[in-house]
Write a protein that binds this ligand. Structure first.
Ligand code: NAD
Ligand code: DAU
Length: 377
């Protein structure tokens, strides 16, 4: 095992996309646990939110830089000035439905942006004295969607599963993973890739399944389930993902890929029905109870991947990581967080969010089969 870079004498890391969902959870945790300073480079797109970082905005261990990962000059200056021992690269366009409606931004940020991060980081790595270069890591945060879709009886994705991305988002992430791989192979870049399954938890923007359903259910709006709702995702609580990234930074082998997932496969319909039951319990006074009456089956997502599932055995065996949260405990925490953070929700759902909702859902036909019963679980 490598000597832990976390115990090195240069306790600063550069995080990209640290104002987004996973990035903000990661940065909050990192600083709260005293692991050192974070330079947080974020463009603050619609998905980036300073409200996610509230307690850190006055904290000297958190240096927020409003800028673009495609700006290689800026990234180079930040690396030179702060001399981080690691780059944790979260920044991306991350929503599949948006990638279908407007793929350009995905190619720019996810491919060109990763190229820019790699070039600037390589130059920085090469300029480091050997004792610092030895610790330097570039961790590229990626997705299980690069592997494509699984049939019901196929085994979960493992690190050697061939890439078969199906959406513009997945293709752009696969391209970025290939760039990282090539920089390792050709230039000796000390990079590691993580490919994770669907995350859920606090601060997730309500364009994604769970927070969208929570926001709609609390407002008595329809809960739009795509297609037949039988698509399967492998859900992981966001803090477990953050812990996996920490484990990989600490002891992961450079040039390797680690799959991250919670071994928690569920159909979308089951997830939404479970959420409805939980809302019935946690909001007993709601006039929309039972919340499952709000479920509507709507036109499917084009090219919709049927099933994702992750084999995280390598991460568990090599680095001792294991998901700590069950879906039941994680979902309860998540719903409670949204109930306790209505102001955050109101802020993120005002303005351009409404335009997205009407663009994505306005013209989706509702199927005849518009109601479900608990037996559908
Ligand atoms: P997100 O959309 O919530 O956040 C993305 C962040 O990146 C935002 O803060 C945004 O402002 C920032 N950003 C976008 N373009 C930028 C640019 N050009 N320069 C600087 N910052 C920019 O995304 P997320 O769900 O937190 O995902 C983070 C990463 O994890 C992504 O790389 C994603 O592919 C990957 N991932 C996500 C999931 C998931 O379930 N959400 C699962 C596996 C992997
Ligand atoms: O698997 C990891 C990926 O998970 C990440 O790489 C992505 O960044 C992240 O967005 C997520 O992608 P998905 O497309 O799986 O997540 P999303 O929350 O958009 O959708 C989850 C499932 O729910 C998917 O099968 C589509 C379905 N869905 C989604 C929405 C928004 C609905 O049925 N209705 C909806 O309104």
């Amino acid at each position: 095992m490598l000597e832990s870079p976390i115990s090195s004498n240069s306790p600063c890391i550069l995080v990209t996309g640290g104002a987004g969902f996973i990035g903000s959870n990661f940065v909050l945790n990192w600083i709260a646990s005293g692991k050192g300073r974070v330079v947080n480079l974020d463009l603050l797109t619609y998905a980036g939110n300073l409200g996610n970082l509230g307690p850190l905005l006055e904290n000297p261990d958190h240096i927020l830089v409003h800028g673009d990962i495609c700006d290689r000059g800026l990234v180079g200056e930040l690396l030179l000035e702060h001399r981080p021992w690691a780059v944790v690269h979260f920044a991306a366009e991350s929503h599949v439905d948006r990638s279908i409606r407007g793929p350009e931004a995905f190619l720019k940020t996810n491919i060109e942006g990763t190229f820019s991060m790699l070039q600037a980081s390589l130059e920085h790595f090469r300029s480091l004295p050997p004792h610092e270069a030895r610790h330097f890591r570039f961790l590229h945060v990626s997705t299980d969607e690069v592997y494509g879709t699984l049939a019901p009886d196929e085994p979960p994705f493992h690190e050697k599963t061939p890439f078969a991305p199906n959406s513009p988002y997945a293709a752009s992430k696969a391209a970025s993973d290939h760039l990282v791989r090539a920089w390792v192979h050709t230039y000796g870049m000390p990079a590691i890739i993580t490919n994770c399954s669907n995350n859920y938890g606090p601060f997730q923007f309500p364009e994604k399944l769970l927070p969208l359903m929570i926001v709609n259910a609390l407002a008595g709006k329809p809960l739009p389930v795509y297609g037949d709702g039988q698509q399967v995702r492998d859900w992981l609580y966001v803090i477990d993902h953050c812990r996996a990234i920490e484990a990989v930074l600490k002891a992961g082998r450079t040039g390797e890929t680690y799959n991250v997932g919670g071994s928690n496969q569920q159909t979308n319909l089951t997830v939404v029905l479970t959420l409805c039951d939980l809302l019935d319990e946690l909001v007993p006074g709601s006039r929309y109870r039972p919340h499952q009456q709000l479920i509507r089956f709507v036109d499917d997502r084009p090219g919709h991947d049927r099933r994702y599932a992750i084999d995280a055995g390598k991460l568990e065996r090599e680095l001792g990581w294991k998901a700590e949260e069950t879906f039941s405990s994680g979902l309860r925490k998540t719903v409670q967080w949204y109930l306790d953070n209505q102001v955050w929700m109101e802020e993120v759902t005002s303005g351009s969010y409404q335009k997205w909702v009407s663009a994505n859902y306005g013209d989706r036909a509702i199927s005849e089969r518009s109601t479900v019963t608990a037996s559908a679980k």
